[in-house]
Design a protein around this ligand. Sequence first.
Ligand SMILES: Nc1ncnc2c1ncn2[C@@H]1O[C@H](COP(=O)(O)OP(=O)(O)OP(=O)(O)O)[C@@H](O)[C@H]1O
Ligand SMILES: [Mg+2]
Length: 396
Amino acid sequence: MAADQSQIESAVSAVRDPEIGLTLGDLGLVRSVRTRRRRVHIEVALPVAAWPGTEELAEAIHQAANSVAGVDEIELDFVVMTDEERAELRHRLRVGMGGGAEPPDDDRHGHDHAGHDHAGHGHGSAQAAAMPAFLGADSKTRVIGVSSGKGGVGKSTVTVNLAIALAQAGYQVGLLDADVYGFSVPKMLGTDHDPIIIGDMVIPTSAHGVKCLSMGYFVPDDQPVIWRGPMLHKAIQQFLTDAYWGEPDFVLIDMPPGTGDVALTLAEVMPRAEIIVVTTPQAAAQRVAQRSAFAARRLKLSVRGVIENMSWFTGDDEKRYELFGSGGGATLAADLGIPLLGQVPLVNAVRQGGDEGRPITAVDPDSETAVAFRTIAEKLAALGPARVYRRELSLR
Ligand SMILES: Nc1ncnc2c1ncn2[C@@H]1O[C@H](COP(=O)(O)OP(=O)(O)OP(=O)(O)O)[C@@H](O)[C@H]1O
Ligand SMILES: [Mg+2]
């Protein structure tokens, strides 16, 4: 029996590209499938020559084709898309994200108008119109800025591990490293390649089930960059709109230290954005964190919870040592009237995991720390999205 071409076509089309997370059929990457009796020749067009994960992809395509009766021999060729095919792919991704469409004009969603009006204000309404669906008022996506005020309290570590814990719980997760000065997230997450750029669209890098993009990729190493508010604003907006995020359940944003500019941008671009605050048990850290929470509140961003990091160290004697004091997280949560989502112990493997790009939640899921992050993820998910109660911002 000869192999059936259309059966092979649908089997190959159903293979999911590991980088984008969509099927080859949806992406339009299957250029041709030709059969000659029991032999099949498959041509798959990759968006760019250096497409990541092609070995994995080839393996999956072989398996899919092999599953069809009558296939004995498979010849697979990867070719690179033409400019036209790339433009078509970008279009598909944009449409898939609901971007490019006009903002919905529906009176049931009053706050949506406020968001769009404001995003358009001073930045050109074309920008607002091109917003991906996940920023819209009806989107299921929760955008959560992770803030601390004080540097070095483990904000990036918490963001990375929390993102992985959410992904492990089955959520689609994006992670934007908005710390233009720090730029530590891709390394901590253990990404093994740079984001791929298809024309004017950026494909975030996937690692441990998390789609990650760092502004640091686009900042030249040898050039000190002083980010002024408007520049930062534009960059963040671009990172959210020009990147293919799909429609994730969560987008976590590792915010740069300090309180001001990024929170302001979040408030403008995403009025639904929520903030969680990371602090150490120390009174000093807690006070600075409180200031950043107050700043977020003044921007009418909803501050949802506190995570206390470096809460204790367990010695060889099994005793817990509170190296940075105790109670900072609980006090801050009580002062702000929001829940303490969890406490994360100080563990050498956490630091090492961060340095080596082997995040503890991914590589040692049974560890005390990984369990702590999973609990935090559960609590955060259980809180549900923030309620947006205002019709417009009053920043001006
Ligand atoms: N729970 C922890 N146990 C052990 N080490 C930790 C823990 N949390 C963070 N660290 C380590 O502390 C250092 C600072 O953490 P991290 O870079 O996440 O902080 P940050 O708040 O993002 O800092 P910055 O303000 O520079 O962006 C890192 O070396 C990290 O590995
Ligand atoms: Mg950091």
